[in-house]
Design a protein around this ligand. Sequence first.
Ligand SMILES: [Fe+2]
Length: 137
Amino acid sequence: MIDNQHRQILDYINILEEVRKTGDRGRIKEVLEDLIDYTQSHFIFEENLLEQVHYQYLPSHRGIHDLFVKRLNDYREKFHQGLSIENDLYRLLSKWLINHIQHDDQDYVDAVRDNMIHYLKVQEQKKGKGWFARFFS
Ligand SMILES: [Fe+2]
């Protein structure tokens, strides 16, 4: 699910890349709003998941998200003031998000996987042998 959400964000970044060239502020506004909204809900989804698996670095991961959301909202604000921020925003998004997905997000994959395996093993003890194996066959 997280991978799909990341893909969706990348799609938005690609749309922004196209739309910024047209200079059409109406369309830029639309993409900008969708992208910011979607990124924010994605961060919330991710943080909830990390909370469930007791990811030990969640506070700093959340801090990184919060700072980034603040930067996105600053851009939104500037756009609404009539400034043309789409090129800067595009550069920030493509660098920051891709770096974040490849590095910061990669870091929690093991924690989530370990937690899921642990959960499945506990379920197997409760529900009998073979239950766990069915997930991996
Ligand atoms: Fe993240």
